[in-house]
Structures are given as C-alpha cells and as structure tokens.
Ligand binder design. Sequence first.
Ligand SMILES: Cc1ncc(COP(=O)(O)O)c(C=O)c1O
Length: 483
Amino acid sequence: MTRTISASRVATLVGPLSGDERPLYLELAEGLRLLIGEGRIPAATRMPSERELTTALGVSRTTVTRAYAELRDREYAESRRGSGTVTRLPLHATSVTDRIFAPWSQDPDVVDLNCAAPSAPAGVAAAYEAAVAELPPYLSNHGYYPAGLARLREVVAETYAERGLPTSPEQIMITSGALAGAAVVAQALTSPGDRVVVEDPVYPNATQALGHRSARLVPAPVDPDGWDLAATAAIVRQAAPRLAYLIPDFQNPTGLVMSDDQRAEYAAALKRARVTPVVDEAHQALALDGQAMPAPFATHSPGAITIGSASKQFWGGLRLGWLRVPEPMMPALLQARMSLDLGAPLLEQLALVHLIENRHAVWAANRERLGRQRDVLLDALDTQLPDWTFHRPTGGLAVWCRLPRPRASALVAEAERLGVIAAAGRVFAVEGGLEHFVRLPWTRPADELELAVTRLAQAWAVSSSRARTGEAARDDSDRLTVA
Ligand SMILES: Cc1ncc(COP(=O)(O)O)c(C=O)c1O
C-alpha cells in the first residue's frame, strides 16, 4: 500500500522550523525522521516533490534536497523510480510486532486488528530525548526504585487529584504496566482457592494475571447494553470473593462506561460483602467526544485498588503502569512486588514524567487521531455490514460488534485468509461462547480500517454461505491477544 501526502500536510506536521544552531536541512530531516518513526507520516508514503515542499515550507530548494538525502542516508526514505521519495523504516525497526504473538504481521498487506493498542502519539520520542538528557545524575546510584521514581509518583498522584480524587505519592506504586500491577495485587491479596469476580466478557490477560495464585474466576455479566449490577451483586453475595475486578471506563471489549450512579451502586454492594474492588482504568483517558468522564470508582470506594496504565494514553512500548492503593496496604503490596520484580526501568519513568506533565497536549492530538479513525471504522461498518449491530463507543479503542448469526470464529478464520486479523468474541469470554461477537479496534490508519472492513464483509459473505450449505468452517481462531 503506497500512500501519498501533500506538501501542505507535511508542512503542518513539521511546524515552523526554529533555525536553532543546527543547519536548517538537519532540523527538517530530524523533524521528518520523528514523524516517520512515530507513524504520523506512515512508512511507504510517497513524499511531496522537492519543489512542492520547498514552496510549502518557504525554505530553499537545497534545504529540502539535503533533508531528503539525510533521510535516505539514515534509512527513513528511499528513492523509487517514478515515485520520487518514499518513506520507510530502517530495517532494524521494522519488526514492529512480536512474531511470537503475531507471525502474520510481517506481511505488509495484512491488516492487524487483533491488538487494540495504537502507535505512539506525537511527543513520545521527545519525552525519551528529554529523559536521556536527565539520566546522568541517576547513574551514580543503583537505579532500583521498587515503588517508583519519586517524581513520577508525584505526577501520577496529581492526575488523580485533578480528577477529584485526592491522592498522595505514597499511595502510588509504579509497575511495568497495568498487567504487572494486576499480578502484584494477585500475589499480595489472593491465596489458592480464593474467588475473584471478573466481568464477562473481559480483557483476558488481566484475569489470567489475577488468577496467578490459583484463584477461581467467577464471571459476572456485562451485556452489550451495560452492567447487570443486580446479577453481579447476587454473584458477589453468593461467591464471597476476595476481589472484584472491573473496567468501568471504556470496558475492554464492550467499550461501555459505567455511570456515576452505577459506580456508587456497585461500590456499595462490594462494601457490604467486604470485597476489595480492583479497578482497571487503562482506557480512562480516551474519551473521544469531548465528554467529561464519571468520577473515579475509588471516590465511591476508599478501599479500592486502582490500576493505571501508560499504554493506551501514551504508548505501550513504555511498559509502565501503576497502582493507586490505600496507604496502609502499600507495605504488603511492595513486598509482593519485590517477589516479582525490583522496579520498572528508569529511563521510561523519566520519559513518562514528561508525558504526564504535557498530558493535555499529547491527549488532545491523540484523541483527535483516534476519533477520526473510530468514525472511519464505524462508517465503513454501517455501510458495508449493515446487519451487524453495535453501540457507538464514545471512547476507548474498539467496537464490540454483534453479528446476526453466531459465527464469529468462522468469520475470523475466513478473514485471516483474506488478510485481516481480528479477535472473535470467545477470546474475551471467561467460560467460552460469545460466538455472536467480534471486537474491532480502530487503532490502525484510516485506509487500513476501510480495507479491513471490505475484507471482513467478504469474509462474512463466505462464512455465511458456508453456513447455508452446511460446509464446515475453518476454526483456528484460538490465539493469544496482547491488548
Ligand atoms: C483493560 C486493560 N487493562 C490492561 C491492559 C494492559 O495494560 P499494560 O500495557 O499497561 O500492561 C490492557 C491492554 O489492552 C487493557 O485493555
């Protein structure tokens, strides 16, 4: 897939050149390199001609010529006969997905909708550069921060205060991602045979992490229309669980948001049953329609453990998350954490401080991009698969589609043959089933999403006609999911 990009779009993305101490061509090349690296100018994009870019940027032709040459030297572009300058990523950077989880992703024609995690928004590379500059004073120390870097704990605590939940840095533990946080909680608070109530459907890796110590997972229903809190309260009463895991903000996979009233009701039910809520807020910062989010669940439940993540609001490659816990709980959690790892990487923690300090600007651009991609995906589904139904998600990263017939695994297998990878409902089912559902993330660029829906529509037609003729469908959709 070769895309094109206009000179004016490149000029907007690059922004004004500052004319700092570097030669102008290097500043331009550096800006373009970051844009290509971050995917804002995707690889395999035909760049504007030198003449067009010269005019759009108001610089000399030599500046653009030398900037393009610099990009080619550093393997961020190549010259193609008839196509001019085409972007690329250096070879060492092209294995963008771990082949263990996604062997198919090496094929550039395959659209991977299995993983609901976006590429890095603007600002991540700059945060790393700032972090590298700040690193030297830390090198004379041992570099272990089991609870997390003090400054990072402070800024994370500030984000809760901003959301109406006063929090001290001592309540925050920085972990290597939200999932690692869930593993710490399981390690500290569960024993073999304990029960943990989990939503169903649910993000499967988190429930596996919570089940590490052989806890028994007890499913509580989340319908496409919302949480069944009456049923959940009855399950909580009967099961007498140790913990209840919930994702109230853009639940993965349904995309639902729990209302303030529901949060209060659920928190009260858990309090009555003396159950500790474990609240996963991985998607909390992804409201795409400019709406205010409900207050954090912990405002209704002072004893709650809240799990946060840098992955979706910033970037998964940071591998950072955190726990917010009642302060008296911290020593036990720290002890449990030390049996799993001894702290998160320092450079990433320094980078995350910068991203959190600049969060409103980073989020604004990221939400704009994700909102556009969501609209493209939903419009394509409306047009090409009108008998699939879904609630229009107001944020998060994926839509939970209901198929008119329970053939999600067959659909996914057929779609894979046609070059699109998606996760069937049963990946998210605690006890199997959910064959009526498929989860589709909008984390890829718009043109890939449109192509993916076209292929899904073809796959749906094939798998539906197979069902009519009674032909057995291929069913090889058992796969690991990352996000
Ligand atoms: C609800 C939820 N929690 C946690 C994670 C993983 O977060 P992290 O990358 O911080 O481990 C995901 C990733 O998809 C998720 O959807």
